[in-house]
Design a protein around this ligand. Sequence first.
Ligand SMILES: Nc1nc2c(c(=O)[nH]1)N[C@H]1C(S)=C(S)[C@@H](COP(=O)(O)OP(=O)(O)OC[C@H]3O[C@@H](n4cnc5c(=O)[nH]c(N)nc54)[C@H](O)[C@@H]3O)O[C@H]1N2
Ligand SMILES: Nc1nc2c(c(=O)[nH]1)N[C@H]1C(S)=C(S)[C@@H](COP(=O)(O)OP(=O)(O)OC[C@H]3O[C@@H](n4cnc5c(=O)[nH]c(N)nc54)[C@H](O)[C@@H]3O)O[C@H]1N2
Ligand code: SF4
Ligand SMILES: [Mo]
Length: 690
Amino acid sequence: MSHVVHSACPHDCPDACSVLVTIEDGRATRVEGNPDHPVTRGFLCGKVAKYLDRVYSPDRVLYPMRRVAPKGVSGDGAFERVSWDVALDEIAARFKAAAEEFGPESILPFSYGGTLGVIHGNGMDRRFFHRLGASQLERTICSEAGGVGFASVTGAKYGVEPEDYRFARYIIAWGANIHGTNIHLWPFVEEARRHGAKLVVIDPFRTRTARTADWHLAIRPGTDVALALGLMNFIIGRGLHDAEFVAAHTTGFEELKKRAEEYPLERVAAITGIAAEEIARLAQEYGTARPSVIRLNYGVQRSENGGMAVRAIAMLPTIIGAWKELGGGMTLSVSGAYALNKAKVRREDLMAKALGRAARTLNMNQLGKLLTDETLAPPVKALFVYASNPASVCPNHNLVVEGLKRKDLFTAVHEQFMTDTTDYADIVLPATTFLENKELVTSYGHLHLQLAEQAIAPLGEACSNAELFRRMAARMGFDDECLRASDDELIDDALDTEHEYLKGITREALEREHSIGLKVPRTQGAYLPFANGFATASGKAELYSETVAAAGLDPVAEYVAPTECRQSELAGQYPLELLARKHDNFLNSTFCNLPGHQKMERRFELQMNAADALPRGIAEGDLLRVRNDRGEVQLRARVDDSVPAGVVAAHLDWARLAPGGHINALTSDRLTDMGRAATFYSALVEVEKA
Ligand SMILES: Nc1nc2c(c(=O)[nH]1)N[C@H]1C(S)=C(S)[C@@H](COP(=O)(O)OP(=O)(O)OC[C@H]3O[C@@H](n4cnc5c(=O)[nH]c(N)nc54)[C@H](O)[C@@H]3O)O[C@H]1N2
Ligand SMILES: Nc1nc2c(c(=O)[nH]1)N[C@H]1C(S)=C(S)[C@@H](COP(=O)(O)OP(=O)(O)OC[C@H]3O[C@@H](n4cnc5c(=O)[nH]c(N)nc54)[C@H](O)[C@@H]3O)O[C@H]1N2
Ligand code: SF4
Ligand SMILES: [Mo]
């Protein structure tokens, strides 16, 4: 007897796939992409197609564990199995002790993208930590610079939906590895190309997307502001902009025109490393092709000036009026359309109950600093990690490890596997995978809200995030009713809104239909988010922004070189720009430990251009030392055409699996110009044979 359950993938990926799970005798025997879902269209990525290897892996953490060996020691004998009661009692006791001596803000929750689900990723956990009065985590490791930059022009994270890419005739993938990180957009791009669309990729790395594109421009990292201003200078100079749209829907065009004039082709070529003729050709084509769409993913904004880069790029579709046409405009994220009642789910008001005010906010990108800074008051004495692997994914890794090793720091980790982070945990708690949970799943890449049904019972003693924090609340003696809410009640709270985009979407409707399109405004079926105005206070796209000026930045846009880039003083010592990228077949640090997934990747290599390898006497396969002031890593040389001269690239993996040290030992915890986000792609290194 087998049956099929509708689930949805809540991993940190724009595609948020509809997943069909076949169940036989209580065991999941097959996962597939739902053929009826308008974006999933019957296939899954290579990572999740093999998801059952993860769910039923012999390495799953299935019981609570307590450390018996010193921190940093892992493997057999490092932990002993304990009961849930013992584990929760110990956490509660340590939390109470920390709160008594240093106040509850000495406790820090740390979570990110293990699950983006509404109730397990951002639901009961928030309620619990708000009620506790713990420090708040500034969750800006991924998308905040771009989010702020984009909204500074348009007012909200709305954008072209994937289904409409088929209508575009000019597509720019700008810092967007569609093939690797957003595969369900690809069939729509291909459909457009069959109808004559041109695909241009702007990326320093020759990704799979770049290799299959019509044109690849290998831009120098961190110089996109200059390219965008240069393109606008050309477009405005030739009168290719849409004067009518600009007049009706923007403010600050004259200021922009003046600023752009400071970016003539030759100057932009010198900054970006792209030939002047190519910039002119791109401007001419983009300025005249209709409809045109820019897929801007998050690559551009992992640079120190990433907020301004996204702001400048967001002006392009605006000045040419691309937003007016079906298949025209830009997509960074469409998450703004998910107007759920987040306040009701997260209950920030509970902080007042604990503290009489809002708790302080600590930035996740600077975890190492936070844990080692002796002046921080109160200090962080207890850390609760869930849905994240900070000892792998955080920049300035060596400092993170130094902090996690602190003997007086208590660390609890809720995980599916023993990871880099559990290597420093005092207590490890077993977490479910998404097949074991019911969940409300949004997306930052499409407009279909989904309800994932629980497909299988939790394995071993694993429990979901929401259940974990219900249990924690009870242990701490919190009697608030909202801390006992069931998964269904949390879903109902999220859907409790009058917002027009969610009209008629109830839990019952989702249980019946599994996936329901958001009720965004449509004209003859077409969703054109900014055709008739923008979501800013003025209703206009702000090419000149007082808010940006108030943040101490140029109110229009201006190229400011990152502190670590080839034009900087540091470049004398460390002349190469490092891109510490994601693997196409892992999801950040997720899947790195699974043998079947490992087989799909070449790992622990440094990709470099012959122009940089030859003068250093480096040949393919050589063992290399890659270093800067923060750390040193050993990797094997791979000399190929993936990167231009002056750029080297490596990939994120698990620190505990990296034979020559972890790549994030080289990345910086400096923050971006907007949004206080991470700067993974602004790091200089030097390379030599080991
Ligand atoms: N397979 C897979 N899929 C994933 C993930 C994964 O790890 N693996 N991660 C998920 C997550 S968390 C996210 S946020 C999304 C992100 O998805 P993407 O936004 O696609 O993320 P990145 O791969 O960081 O960056 C995209 C591209 O930007 C390029 N880039 C770097 N610096 C610059 C620059 O200065 N200018 C320009 N123009 N390009 C630059 C990089 O070389 C990279 O190819 O993907 C999600 N999907
Ligand atoms: N060098 C470098 N570093 C990077 C990046 C990069 O491109 N280069 N990308 C950055 C980006 S964009 C992001 S978003 C971050 C991502 O950083 P993280 O959000 O930490 O992402 P993952 O590495 O996927 O780790 C998620 C962990 O959560 C666990 N998990 C999954 N589901 C659940 C659950 O339901 N409950 C619990 N308790 N645990 C669960 C998984 O087993 C996994 O170990 O990494 C950042 N770090
Ligand atoms: S990781 Fe992304 S592409 Fe893969 S199944 Fe999940 S949502 Fe789909
Ligand atoms: Mo991310």
